[in-house]
Design a protein around this ligand. Structure first.
Ligand code: UN1
Length: 504
């Protein structure tokens, strides 16, 4: 296994070799904090590169899937240790490439390390089931089987954690993979793949193809030898992937958008709610699927809370995520600034602007893609800024008076990823868990910060019913095989020769 050169020219990883795109074309990744800083150049790949990567993954499948799972786990343990050794280097690369502040980038790498350890341990479990047979002298069990080549398409907002969420369960279950990283964060993924290779993942078991969605993504999703697709990103892309994957009957796992509410009840600890809101709404510059983009606040505390929030947000420092004085980094690129500014303009018509609402271009910020942390209040639950995912540092306050109305508003969006309630009332806390329609529910904690060993995913338009990480990930990346071993030495007909008790 050769390592990609130390220069800023990166290559695809296909069958253990670092190679250029067949076409020789390249694209660049630039820092969102400073567009003059080029992170590197990458292959602008196409269908021929995808074909080669899928062929390599397919060729590597028999040996990898037959390797005892505990041995695959040992490799993942080594990978986990290597990632931990390189945590700081990976975090700095991430901050340069996609902008999140360094402590958050470290958290992103830590999430990958956590998943690596968890899935490494799964190598000694991958529990199936044994059940008693309805016949005498007959054994019945179900075992998990690897499926084949997984196509993994990852976003830029968690450029190491989310590839880890998808890759490590895929690998421990015995699948091989072709990964297409987001075009905004290829360097993070290539460096991650280098460390995986160094940790002992055999050639061809993971393959990396960089490039855009229409050239690489489509080819991967439509490829007849790819059996699984795991995707995190925009809802429209998720729908398109589902459609393209249908003719070859692929299994598809989607993690899509969110419009996550934090409900602040009149009895809440407002100081705690404030800290949590600032973190959930403006962490990663609001670019998390789990970001709190709706604050549903009881009227009795609304004015006080909004004033507390305005004061805190006014003091947030925007800047380069590598600078430890920075609270909020850039957004991913100038297209994102334009999209967010478009929503801010809509918000001005629909609601009252409390603070922010503009791109941030003072001094050094002009070199990158920055948007002011923005709050609207008196937002109607059905306003566009309260319904559509903005994916930026913008949050909408919706005042409420009663609980039933609150539940209706929480559930009034097409998404169902993460919901949160701040209250001291234990009855309301349990009702929120029962009644808020979401895949993640928090009490006295913001909407972000899911841990790596519980299922992650959402209801309604957030996905298609699958969950990532934890045990749930194993269900996506394996297929069940039910096995019956009859040691009676005679024909025993299921459902027919069962004469022990008269069931009539
Ligand atoms: C995402 O926003 O796409 O719970 C993932 C969290 C993180 C993962 C977020 N652990 O916010």
């Amino acid at each position: 296994m050769s390592i990609s050169p130390a220069t800023s020219t990166y290559r695809n990883l296909i069958g253990g070799k670092w190679v250029d795109a067949r076409s020789g074309r390249t694209f660049s990744s630039v820092s969102p904090a400073n567009h003059e800083e080029v992170i590197g150049t990458f292959p602008a790949s196409g269908p021929a590169d995808v074909d080669a990567a899928v062929a390599a993954a397919r060729a590597a499948f028999p040996a990898w899937s037959l390797m005892p799972a505990p041995k695959r786990g040992e490799i993942l343990f080594k990978v986990a240790r290597l990632l931990a050794e390189h945590k700081e280097e990976l975090a700095r690369l991430m901050t340069r490439e996609m902008g999140k502040v360094l402590p958050e980038a470290r958290g992103d790498v830590q999430e990958a390390i956590d998943v690596a350890y968890y899935m490494a341990g799964e190598g000694r479990r991958l529990f199936g089931m044994t059940v008693p047979s309805e016949m005498p002298d007959k054994f019945a069990m179900a075992i998990r089987r690897p499926i084949g080549v997984a196509g993994i398409i990852t976003p830029w907002n968690f450029p190491i954690a989310i590839p880890a969420w998808k890759l490590f369960p895929a690998l421990i279950c015995g699948n091989t993979a072709v990964i297409k990283p987001a075009s905004d964060t290829p360097a993070c993924l290539v460096r991650f793949a280098e460390l995986l290779s160094e940790g002992g993942i055999p050639d061809g078991v993971i393959n990396v193809v960089t490039g855009n969605g229409s050239d690489v993504g489509h080819a991967l999703v439509e490829h007849p030898d790819v059996r699984l697709i795991s995707f995190t990103g925009h809802t429209e892309t998720g729908v398109d992937i589902t459609t393209r994957a249908a003719p070859t009957l692929k299994r598809v796992s989607l993690e899509l958008g969110g419009k996550n509410p934090i409900v602040i009840w009149e009895d809440a600890d407002l100081g705690l709610a404030l800290d949590s809101v600032v973190w959930s709404a403006f962490g990663t510059s609001g670019q998390r699927c789990t970001a709190a983009s709706r604050l549903i606040v009881h009227r009795n505390v609304h004015d006080r809370f909004v004033e507390m929030l305005r004061t805190r947000v006014a003091a947030l420092a925007l800047g380069d995520g590598l600078d430890d004085k920075t609270d909020v980094g850039p957004v991913i690129n100038d297209r994102a600034v334009e999209r967010i500014a478009g929503y801010a303009a809509i918000g001005r018509k629909e609601a009252e602007l409390v603070i922010g609402g503009e791109p941030a271009r003072d001094g050094a910020l002009a070199r990158g893609s920055f948007f002011q942390p923005t709050i609207f209040t008196e937002v109607k639950p059905d306003a566009r800024i309260a319904q559509e995912e903005i994916f930026g540092p913008v949050t909408s306050v919706i005042p409420v008076d009663d609980w039933d109305e609150t539940v209706r508003i929480v559930n009034s969006v097409t998404y169902g990823l993460s919901t949160s309630l701040f209250t001291r009332d234990v009855n309301l806390a349990f009702r929120s868990i029962r009644d808020f329609d979401s895949g993640l529910g928090y009490v006295n904690h913001g909407t972000i910060g899911a841990e790596a060993h519980l299922p992650f995913g959402g209801t309604k338009g957030t996905g298609n019913g699958h969950r990532e990480v934890g045990q749930a990930a194993l269900d996506f990346f394996t297929e069940w095989k039910s096995v019956y071993i009859d040691y009676s030495g005679k024909l025993q007909r299921a459902q027919i020769d069962t004469t022990f008790v008269d069931q009539t």
